[in-house]
Design a protein around this ligand. Structure first.
Ligand SMILES: [Zn+2]
Length: 155
């Protein structure tokens, strides 16, 4: 099955961030009008995710109208509705800020872009191919992985 891509409406910023962490191509543009977003989602073959029933009813067919207010509830609904196939090896392969794909970066490349301690001690780095942001497995990393497992892999 083709891996689904998403477009989250302005109210679903947290869901968008976690879908990106999980490796899903997720459009999130809170400054864009909902109807424009819906049109773009349609043009790009993305699933529109929204809690707005009016918007959901007037767009589609690739639309999931979520009812849950919490991130946990929204992911659970999405998994039920689409039977999301989540791949652990794709966790943390996208920039949570801009949706760009990450690529490995060398210590030399990121020197000057990250705090000196990090440049010396982190074991490896990744850099966003779109916005240039640098990622490294810091202290928050195990927490993010645990949360991803809870959200996307637990029954
Ligand atoms: Zn980025």
């Amino acid at each position: 099955m083709e891996r689904p891509a998403f477009a989250c409406d302005a109210m679903l910023g947290s869901l968008a961030r976690w879908l990106r962490f999980a490796g899903f191509d997720t459009l999130y543009a809170p400054h864009v009008d909902d109807w424009q977003l819906a049109a773009r989602a349609h043009a790009e073959g993305r699933w529109l995710l929204t809690r707005d029933r009016v918007l959901a009813a007037r767009t589609g067919p690739r639309v999931v109208c979520l009812t849950a207010a919490t991130l946990e509830g929204q992911v659970a609904e999405l998994r039920r509705r689409l039977g999301l196939e989540v791949r652990q090896e794709e966790f943390c392969t996208r920039c949570s800020h801009c949706n760009g794909l990450l690529r490995p970066a060398s210590q030399e490349e990121v020197r000057g872009l990250v705090p000196p301690f990090v440049a010396t001690h982190a074991s490896h780095f990744a850099r966003c191919t779109l916005c240039g942001r640098v990622y490294w497995p810091g202290t928050h990393f195990p927490r993010i992985l645990r949360r991803l497992e809870q959200l996307f892999l637990a029954d």
